[in-house]
Design a protein around this ligand. Structure first.
Ligand code: NAD
Length: 541
């Protein structure tokens, strides 16, 4: 008998473990890194809980050691995508009607399992497969994923508790129904937590999903499927479909049961999915919910009153942690000419101190970019700047793909605020800097606001609070997540719900309740206690 009103209070954020040499978490992680390094996992398609192997396979390799094969995976064909739609709709019958507190209990169990048994497994897989160092893996595949689970349960309890008022002789209430079909979750390589969240937020609310994981994060994503199963998620609620995104997107958006996309990735991919949904609109039962967090060209704007040391640290960490492959990574900076020499010298000192290499060596601050395409893209921008009349590479710039996809932390300095790498997303460890005349703050703020089509993250640095206020206001639409005297990366669930507008997405703020609202269709029920039996209003009598 389930008749309790269960409270899920605002949780605390999962503490980031220190991983000091010899600590229990470090020993467990090292053992797991060794175990996974010696395996070649065979990753199946999972539909309705059943593992399917098509025999058409691809490989998952270590970005920092690209000859090291971590896994092979089986690619879907159109037939498996259609099977997944059927399995999802079958699961919908029960899951959508499962008491929400039961769904919440399963999600809370996921958090507990990940905080304990699965922590080294997910961290090791994210380190090896996505080339994150210990810290970057811990804050992503452990802490942020756990936070998404726990916070979403809390937000769901708030939403379910939002009820209309009663009137005289009537009872009103709102049922928060899941959507009447399946969600297509299309996830990026760069955060294991996002891969988890794009499925699990709709699923917590009673939805079912087809999950298209990124090929370059398949190892950690496959372990997520194991975690979900162990926590008690019924078969068919999430169907795991490795393979071509174009194919999966095309087949899924043809189905009449297609009821939403939960996407994170590049703007171009999102636009193509949106177009496909638009073209098939007449086929659907309902208007699909389309939620996408996409690219960025995130900035640091430095006022002449800023502390150069703070700017250098923010630029270095904001641009180069996880090799600049965070959607929020700083990739362009506007800095007064008077401050630039000192800031650049400090950044060069840091670059000389940090080491780059394999994730299993904890001394390495910088690891590899995700794949050869990303390596080539980074190199092409660096080469372009090296040959341009209005730009020069003033820090880093070396690229080496002999063992892994390594790109040095790089600064391009330009005299042209519209230089190619000031405008386009590269998604690698490359920061382009435009030093401006100290007396041209206002004009340069306007440049910052209008240079790129994106609006994801941005930061302003300055010790003059009034100037900072003015800049913050002028850049009101330039970023969905804005930072004052801090780097533009590192959003934490519950503290800085994340997302941007303009070409950066629909800004439905993962890590906050706004996102959850997209995955429900409310039904309002009015019950009249004694039904009227006379049609005449009093004025007629
Ligand atoms: P991507 O667009 O290449 O891939 C994202 C997903 O889409 C992958 O699963 C991919 O296989 C799939 N895909 C590719 N082509 C497809 C198609 N035609 N139809 C359907 N699916 C397709 O992005 P990525 O390289 O994995 O991630 C990097 C991008 O993600 C960057 O642009 C970054 O800014 C963005 N990102 C944004 C946020 C945010 O919150 N705004 C967060 C993380 C990453």
């Amino acid at each position: 008998m389930n008749n309790s009103v269960i409270n899920f209070p605002l949780p605390a954020n999962e503490p980031v473990k220190a991983y000091l040499a010899g600590s229990p978490e470090r020993v467990a992680l090292e053992n797991e890194l060794q175990r996974q390094s010696n395996l070649v996992v065979d990753i199946p398609i999972i539909i309705g809980g059943k593992e399917i192997r098509t025999g058409d396979t691809g490989q998952v390799t270590c970005p920092h050691d690209h000859k090291h094969v971590l896994a092979t995976y089986h690619k879907v064909t159109a037939k498996e995508v259609e099977m997944a739609v059927e399995a999802a709709m079958e699961a919908h019958k029960q899951w959508s009607r499962t008491p929400w507190t039961t769904r919440a209990a399963i999600v809370m169990k996921m958090a507990e399992l990940l905080a304990t048994k699965y922590r080294p497994i997910l961290n090791a897989a994210t380190m090896l497969g996505q080339s994150k160092n210990i810290y970057q893996a811990e804050i992503d595949s452990a802490c942020e994923t756990i936070d998404f689970f726990r916070y979403n349960v809390h937000y769901a309890s708030k939403i379910y508790g939002m009820q209309p008022k009663d009137g005289v002789g009537q009872i009103n209430h709102t049922e928060y129904r899941p959507l009447e079909g399946f969600i297509l979750a299309v996830t990026p390589f760069n955060f294991t937590s996002i891969a988890s969240n794009l499925c699990m937020t709709p699923v917590l609310l009673g939805n079912v999903a087809l999950w298209k994981p990124s090929t370059t994060s398949l190892l950690s994503n496959y372990y997520l499927m194991q975690l979900y199963k162990e926590a008690g998620l019924p078969d068919g609620v999430i169907n795991f479909l490795p393979g071509s995104g174009a194919l999966i997107g095309q087949v899924a958006t043809q189905s009449k049961y297609f009821s939403g996309i939960h996407f994170t990735g590049s703007t171009a991919t999102f636009n193509s999915l949106w177009r496909q949904a638009g073209e098939n609109l007449g086929k659907y039962i309902s208007y699909p919910r389309i939620v996408g967090e996409t690219g960025g060209k995130d900035f640091i704007f430095v006022h002449p009153s800023a502390d150069p040391k703070a700017v250098a640290t923010a630029a270095f960490c904001g641009a180069y942690e996880f090799q600049g492959q965070k959607c929020s990574a700083a990739s362009r900076m506007y800095i007064p000419k008077s401050l630039w020499p000192e800031v650049l010298a400090d950044m060069k000192r840091m670059a000389a101190e940090v080491k780059m290499g394999d994730v299993t060596d904890p001394c390495n601050f910088i690891n590899a970019v995700i794949d050869e395409a990303s390596f080539d893209k980074c190199k092409s921008y660096i080469d372009f700047a090296g040959q341009a009349a209005d730009a020069k590479v003033v820090m880093g710039g070396k690229c080496d793909k002999s063992v892994g996809w390594f790109v040095e932390p790089t600064v391009i300095e330009t005299t042209n605020p519209h230089f190619k790498s000031m405008e386009e997303e590269i998604f690698g460890p490359i920061l382009t800097v435009y030093p401006y005349d100290d007396d041209k703050v206002e004009e340069t703020v306007e440049l910052c606001n209008t240079t790129s089509p994106y609006g994801l993250t941005g930061a302003v640095f300055g010790r003059c609070r009034m100037a900072v206020e003015k800049i913050t206001d002028a850049l009101c639409y330039a970023a969905g997540n804005f930072y004052i005297n801090d780097k533009p990366t590192g959003a934490v669930v519950g503290m800085q719900p994340f997302g941007g507008a303009r070409a950066s997405g629909t800004n439905d703020k993962a890590g906050g309740e706004f996102n959850l609202i997209r995955w429900i269709i409310p039904r309002v029920i009015k019950e009249t206690l004694v039904s009227p039996t006379d049609y005449r209003y009093t004025y007629l009598k």
